[in-house]
Design a protein around this ligand. Sequence first.
Ligand SMILES: [Zn+2]
Length: 66
Amino acid sequence: MPIHPTTDRDRLEPCERCGDDTPHEVRIEIRTESTKRENAQFSREPYRIATCVVCGSESVLRMNNA
Ligand SMILES: [Zn+2]
């Protein structure tokens, strides 16, 4: 699946804390999740993290919505 580079810092998204649409800094992060110890498999999930530049609140969105 293609991951679009999101480097624009002026992306307006709703912020719960601000209660308004605010500029957000968006980045994509691959986070490794270990589910169970016995299961030696780690799932690496891409997360989309939008940080409100006004209040610094982060909203994390899991990109794999299976
Ligand atoms: Zn905010």
